[in-house]
Write a protein that binds this ligand. Structure first.
Ligand SMILES: Cc1cc2nc3c(=O)[nH]c(=O)nc-3n(C[C@H](O)[C@H](O)[C@H](O)COP(=O)(O)O)c2cc1C
Length: 76
């Protein structure tokens, strides 16, 4: 099991949460969506975190979720 923890943050809270999770989960990798595009095929599990403003998740994370939804939807 290899876990990707991907987060997007404006004021740092999601980063803090990702780091706490990363300490608890062995064999996990933390990625800031604004710094790096994760290679999804390297992971068996994905945890996604982001701040919400005015009922909307941080846009780079919304875009990431749309992208992975397309990828996994198309998988047999
Ligand atoms: C201007 C503003 C708007 C917010 N709107 C929402 C909201 O609609 N719903 C919600 O649950 N939290 C809302 N929050 C709270 C943030 O989601 C929360 O502080 C979050 O931890 C920020 O994450 P980040 O530090 O990773 O960006 C808002 C915060 C700010 C500053």
């Amino acid at each position: 099991m290899k876990t990707l923890i991907v987060y997007g943050t404006k004021s740092g809270a999601s980063k803090e949460c990702a780091e706490i999770l990363g300490e608890k989960l062995s064999n996990s990798t933390i990625i800031d969506i604004d710094q790096e595009k994760p290679a999804l095929n390297e992971f068996t599990h994905i945890i996604v975190g982001a701040g919400v403003r005015n009922d909307k998740m941080y846009k780079p994370i919304r875009d990431f979720l749309k992208k992975i939804n397309r990828i996994y939807y198309l998988k047999p």
